[in-house]
Design a protein. Structure first.
Length: 282
């Protein structure tokens, strides 16, 4: 009999169990969402072996177990990836920009988006090209100049679209309002002089501090509308489980199928009020 492959596991630790069940570490399983739910009493070699034998490479941890560092460390030590919605966030770049244009009451084609990006990858290029088509006011700021310069030159040659590629740390971002930080780390971004009233949307890395004079907005996540509401698991991580390991076109189809929209941006202190974004002035 062929082994059934469950791409995603959903893990929840059951705390109120009798001594015998805890001692034998009984593992309860059931089909769930885009994979299989594991209801366990603890994480140990028996549990890890079961998860791996089921073909699980990626897992979603229940809301209540988010700070169970024994669980988290054991999974990571065994090369089991924990979904934390950052990959979903990258694939929601068009929706984030759309939401931002709505709350700023701007026409998308008039919005200037300044993209911080170092990785020259297919997925990054896909979303850069998407923004170019929608706004045509794009600047690329990168420490990886050569491939992005080539990309920019070919775009100008083939489509007569001019996309500046820059890395001047004093001038590139000093007067820019909307910054889409795809993959700069906190260390990377702190090397640049940033407009103190900028709106910075962080995709791959959460950034909570720029400098003492920064008075802008740091966006580190978002809330979405979704039918996959669940008391045990985060709805964005459930959504991410549907798109992990899929190519970008299938991901965009799934986002369209689910009709995913942004309903709030989230910063260090929680939901960012729309009026706070609109009233931001320098």
């Amino acid at each position: 009999m062929d082994k059934v492959i469950f791409l995603v596991g959903y893990i929840i630790i059951k705390e109120k169990v009798n001594f015998l069940k805890r001692f034998i570490n009984k593992i309860e399983t059931e089909n769930f969402k885009n994979g299989k739910k594991y209801i366990i009493t603890k994480i140990n070699n028996k549990t890890l072996k079961k998860i791996k034998n089921d073909g699980v490479d990626d897992v979603v941890i229940s809301k209540k177990d988010k700070e169970n560092y024994i669980l988290i460390n054991k999974l990571k030590e065994n090369n089991i990836r924990i979904l934390e919605d950052r990959y979903l966030l990258k694939n929601l770049i068009p929706e984030i920009i759309e939401y931002l244009t709505e709350i700023l009451e701007m026409n998308k084609e008039n919005m200037e988006v300044n993209i911080l990006v170092n990785k020259y990858s297919k997925i990054n290029l896909y979303y850069i090209n998407t923004l170019i088509k929608e706004t045509q006011k794009i600047n690329i700021i990168t420490n990886n100049i050569k491939p992005f310069k080539k990309f920019s030159n070919e775009l100008y040659k083939n489509e007569a679209i001019l996309i500046p590629v820059m890395n001047n740390r004093n001038k590139s971002l000093s007067n820019k309002k909307i910054i889409l930080n795809i993959d700069f780390t906190e260390k990377d971004i702190k090397q640049y002089r940033i407009n103190r009233c900028a709106i910075i949307i962080n995709i791959e890395h959460k950034i909570d501090y720029i400098n003492k004079i920064f008075n802008g907005i740091l966006v580190n996540n978002c809330r979405i509308n979704t039918e996959d509401k669940d008391d045990e698991f985060d709805c964005k991580e459930i959504m991410e489980s549907y798109i992990i390991k899929k190519d970008v076109m299938r991901i965009r189809e799934k986002i369209a199928e689910k009709n995913i929209k942004i309903i709030n941006l989230i910063g260090k202190r929680g939901i960012i009020n729309s009026d706070e974004v609109r009233s931001l002035k320098c």
